[in-house]
Design a binder for this molecule. Sequence first.
Ligand code: MLT
Length: 244
Amino acid sequence: MSTNLTYYHVASDVPDNNPDIAVVIDVLRATTTISWALFNGADSIQVFSNLDLLKAKAEEWDANKRVMIAERGGKKIDGFDLGNSPLSVTKQMVQGKRLFMSTTNGTKAMQKVQNVENLFSMALTNRKAVADRIISMNKKEILILGSGWEGTYSLEDSLAAGALASYLIENNSKEVNIVNDELNAALALWHFWKEDILGCLKTATHGKRLTNIGNYEDDFKCCSQLDHLNIVPSQIEQGIIRAS
Ligand code: MLT
């Protein structure tokens, strides 16, 4: 059986028919943060698009066992414990805790495909871990969804989609079909930038947005690390992600 890979760079393009696997990408920075939080021992991450709902659900939880994370436009929202930096989800901060998380685009993209049976969150830092899991599952239809920025294209998510496709093509013993032009373009992007991932992230519109609002140098370095964490963040029930 061959594998079909399709990439959408905005959630609104995703068709209604469910694939076997969906992979959501938000390199800058939500899915990088999710990978680091799970690596540092977070019990789970519950994702929200709505901040009031996030607060209501978090309040049902033991205050010592929860962390509330919210970001809009790259900035932390007042009243929440953390913004969306992968550097902030330290072991001390997250170990054994449920994270309640809402970000501008990443958590919304996850909600868009939350009905897919196998849903993974991926960044560059855990590309190999997610790709190896996909290969081991031997499924037919794989959808890759970039989070983009408020309904528009993002360079860094497309880079990571190309990185995932490239790995799957090189390491899968089965035939891998690139279904749409978005993914062919993402693959070309990966081959163009793969020796300068950091440069690509800083060139991206959202990279420039972050540079304009503060010193995000360490975030860029963290988000550009390829295949660094052996973590597969999987949806275990609707909206809840755990390392698996
Ligand atoms: C998002 O969800 O759009 C991002 O993760 C924004 C950010 O850099 O915090």
